[in-house]
Design a protein around this ligand. Structure first.
Ligand SMILES: *[C@@H]1O[C@H](CO)[C@@H](O)[C@H](O)[C@H]1NC(C)=O
Ligand SMILES: *[C@@H]1O[C@H](CO)[C@@H](O)[C@H](O)[C@H]1NC(C)=O
Ligand SMILES: *[C@@H]1O[C@H](CO)[C@@H](O)[C@H](O)[C@H]1NC(C)=O
Ligand SMILES: *[C@@H]1O[C@H](CO)[C@@H](O)[C@H](O)[C@H]1NC(C)=O
Length: 759
């Protein structure tokens, strides 16, 4: 027969705070007496849970329902569980029934110590935990009823427990003395119903290590040259810290740099050659320093290492200095030399050639790549170049492209030799004048030329062609008078002057020459006395002749052509004559036997002057006038006298001649002379047909070369010539008189010179 649950289904109540033990029991009967084959199973729990164990058979068909250990019933969550059992008797059909377990709410207080920090694993907090930090909160499993109160059983901990069960670090924080200590706190929770629970809390304060290691600077940058060899100290770092500080390079992982772990010196492990390892031009090292005992006490620094190309040597050039001598007319662009330069430490790099900006004089030379060339017209013909000793100076700069750039200086010293480039040039003035009376050695003009070659105007002068009128100063170009000048004979002298430069060329034999044509004009100077032809005029007039009719017109002239003035200076007794220009007029005569009885013969001396200004020259003409009173018959002898008068050479008088008074003997002499001349006519006839005329000695004597020329009296030895009147002036030049024994002619003589003057 089928099994039968005796007391099921039924409902049991269970307090929610039961955690173990029997919840309910029930019995199952089989109809057969033997119940040994009875099988009871818990087939379902609703809602599903593992809180309940399978039914526990106690025998005699009794079964217990028990809770699993750790069961935590909660009426607020599930207040009824339905457990379904099946029971099966042997060889019978199974029977099913339910047990309803109602969970009853219970008010209680229970601390949750599930995650309690125990002595084995205390709560660890650092010594430097922030003040006010909540380090623990009391949790409750069951809240109980009423207001909860939290308190510490042990009050000597450096923590604060607040009203809601939180454990806090005090506002002052923890002190260093609390570091490393373990604190135990028994927290008691009370509710209003007198129930309580407690939590035991262990807090371990851990000491905090203060970082002491720090670098003396925050970063570092260094610059070194390449190729300095291995293991050179490039730089160093230094850090302060407690205990021993150790240095290490963290990055990069290159092997090129190493740091001394004790001193912090940073070295290069290999020689750095940027041509091989260009990446080493820039390296950022990250270096760490740490306390050997506390490796976390550390600091880092970046070290910026720059490696520079090293260029220590400038280019080497040949020639290293350029010295030369070239002619001044070397053309612009002429190449002087070509530099050949090599640069050891910046191989295969372009070298730059240029002139330093310090040429003396500037811009003289230039570089055409590596070729030195003449850049301007070189010149010797300046005082500046002469002061420089005709030396041009410059410096060539040859610069490589290394870093730093290196420059080699090549001095250039070029001496420029003089070239006679220019011909002398004539003086601008080519026409000069000189007065005809200029004497020997008188300065005429300076005909100096110019020459642009240095030394300037160094010229030698000479007059080309034969002439002995002028002389030129060889170096001065001054022209002087050498020979006598006479405007009336020659009015101008064309001269060709040769100008030859001197010492204008390295080869002193190389001279340039220029011929200059000049003209010297002789200026007219009044140096001749007027000449009257004839010098003696004789007229016979009646005293009654008209006074407005000229008696005689003097025929005088002057080579210079100046206006002549005529003045009666002697013989004008009673003022009976007057000159109007060259004409002689008479006034009224008086032949009163009882009163004034004018002479019957007048010898008038007329001074003929060529100029009113000085120097003036004059001559004296003689006019002999015979006056025939109206009662007298025509005289006969006057015509005879006229024919005897012969022209004479002029006397140069620089002052008015002395008055020559007609003495009473004059008439006697005149008459006597007339007789003599008659016989002289016969002699003259003999002279012209039968006798040769002796040569005239008529020469101007140059007393002293270079001095003023002095003219002596012109004296003739020839009889019958120049005879006649003897002036008072002439008398001074003769110291005696005699009669020619042959001809019976009288003459004056000069005993010192032997000169004679026929009378
Ligand atoms: C390290 O030194 C630098 C100055 O070199 C300073 O500014 C910095 O505050 C220091 N750091 C520490 C942790 O002492
Ligand atoms: C390192 O130094 C070089 C040269 O002074 C500079 O050009 C470069 O910017 C620096 N690098 C860093 C990261 O400071
Ligand atoms: C060469 O001469 C020119 C002017 O003719 C000038 O401008 C230049 O600077 C000169 N060159 C040198 C290197 O002096
Ligand atoms: C040469 O002539 C010039 C003018 O033509 C003058 O200035 C200079 O003084 C003269 N020299 C001499 C030595 O007379």
């Amino acid at each position: 027969s089928a099994a039968e649950f005796d007391d099921l289904p039924r409902t049991v109540e269970v307090d929610e705070n039961i955690t173990s033990g029997v919840v309910a029991s029930f019995t199952v009967n089989c109809t057969t007496p033997s119940s040994s084959g009875l099988n009871v199973t818990l087939v379902n729990i609703s809602p599903t849970t593992t809180f309940f164990n399978s039914p526990n058979a106690l025998g005699n068909g009794t079964f217990q329902v028990t809770l699993r250990p750790g069961t935590d019933l909660n009426a607020r969550e599930v207040n009824q569980y339905i457990l379904t059992f099946t029971a099966q008797c042997p060889e019978e059909v199974p029977v099913t029934s339910q047990l309803y377990i109602q969970v009853k709410k219970v008010d209680r207080l229970e601390c949750d110590n599930t995650f309690l920090n125990t002595a084995a694993s205390p709560l660890l907090i650092p010594e430097n935990v922030a003040p006010g930090t909540v380090i623990y909160t009391v949790t409750l499993k069951r809240k109980g009823r009423g207001n909860l109160m939290f308190s510490l059983e042990n009050g000597s901990v450096p923590f604060i427990l607040n009203g809601i069960g939180e454990v806090l670090v005090p506002a002052t924080g923890l002190t260093h003395t609390q570091a490393g200590k373990l604190f135990q706190m028994n927290i008691v929770v009370n509710d209003g119903d007198g129930r309580s629970c407690h939590s035991l809390l262990m807090v371990q304060v851990q000491p905090v290590y203060h970082n002491t290691v720090n670098f003396t600077e925050s970063s570092k940058a260094v610059s070194v040259f390449e190729n300095i060899g291995p293991l050179q100290t490039i730089t160093y770092v230094h850090a302060h810290g407690e205990g021993r500080v150790i240095y290490e390079i963290i990055s990069p992982s290159t092997v090129f740099f190493t740091i001394n772990s004790v001193t912090g010196d940073i070295k290069n492990t290999y020689n750095i050659d940027l041509d091989r390892n260009p990446e080493l031009a820039q390296t950022l090292l990250l270096v760490r320093a740490y306390n050997m005992l506390h490796p976390t006490d550390s600091a880092t620094i970046t070290v910026n290492i720059t490696v520079q190309h090293q260029n220590l040597q400038g280019p080497m050039c040949s020639p290293a200095i350029y010295v030369a001598e070239i002619p001044e007319d070397s053309p612009t662009g002429m190449s002087l030399t070509t530099l050949s330069c090599v640069d050891k430490d910046s191989n295969n790099r372009t070298l730059q050639y240029q002139m330093e900006n310090s040429q003396i004089p500037p811009n003289s030379f230039r570089m055409e790549f590596n070729m030195l060339q003449v850049n301007t017209t070189l010149d010797c013909d300046s005082a500046v170049m002469a002061s420089l000793g005709f030396q041009y100076r410059a410096i060539i700069l040859v610069t490589d492209s290394g870093s730093p750039q290196q420059t080699t200086r090549i001095p250039v010293i070029v001496t420029v030799s003089r070239v006679n480039e220019y011909k002398p040039e004539c003086s601008r003035q080519f026409s000069f004048s000189v007065p005809e009376n200029a004497a020997f050695g008188d300065f005429v003009a300076n005909v100096n030329g110019t020459d642009r070659d240095y030394p300037f105007n160094n010229i030698e002068y000479s007059i080309l062609g034969a002439q002995n009128i002028f002389y030129i100063g060889r170096h001065s170009g001054n022209l002087y008078v050498l020979g006598p000048l006479d405007y009336e004979k020659r009015k101008s002298y064309p001269l060709t002057i040769s100008l030859k430069d001197l010492d204008n060329d390295v080869n002193s034999q190389f001279q340039r020459e220029k011929s200059c044509n000049i003209t010297i004009n002789v200026q007219n100077v009044n140096d001749k006395a007027p000449v009257c032809k004839p010098e003696i005029e004789t007229r016979t007039i009646y005293s009654t002749s008209a006074s407005d009719t000229s008696i005689v017109m003097l025929q005088c002239s002057d080579e210079e052509g100046s206006q002549l003035t005529y003045t009666i200076v002697g013989g004008n007794i009673n003022g009976r004559f007057r000159m109007q220009g060259s004409q002689l007029f008479h006034n009224t005569f008086s032949y009163n036997r009882d009163g004034i009885f004018d002479p019957l013969n007048y010898e008038l001396l007329v001074e003929v002057t060529d100029s009113l200004s000085t120097p003036s020259f004059s001559t004296t003409a003689i006019i002999i006038v015979h006056v025939i009173p109206w009662t007298t018959t025509v005289p006969t002898i006057a015509t005879v006298i006229t024919t005897t008068m012969v022209s004479k050479k002029p006397n140069i008088l620089h002052r008015t001649e002395e008055y020559w008074a007609p003495d009473p003997w004059f008439v006697v002499v005149l008459t006597f002379t007339g007789i003599l001349l008659l016989s002289a006519l016969g002699l003259l006839f003999w002279h012209f047909c039968c006798r040769k005329t002796p040569t005239e000695i008529s020469q101007p004597l140059l007393k002293n070369r270079g001095e003023r020329m002095e003219r002596n009296y012109i004296v003739t030895e020839e009889p019958n010539k120049d005879k006649g009147k003897v002036s008072a002036e002439e008398h001074h030049h003769f110291d005696g008189s005699a009669q020619d024994p042959v001809t019976g002619q009288y003459y004056l003589y000069d005993s010192s010179s032997g000169a004679r003057r026929w009378i």
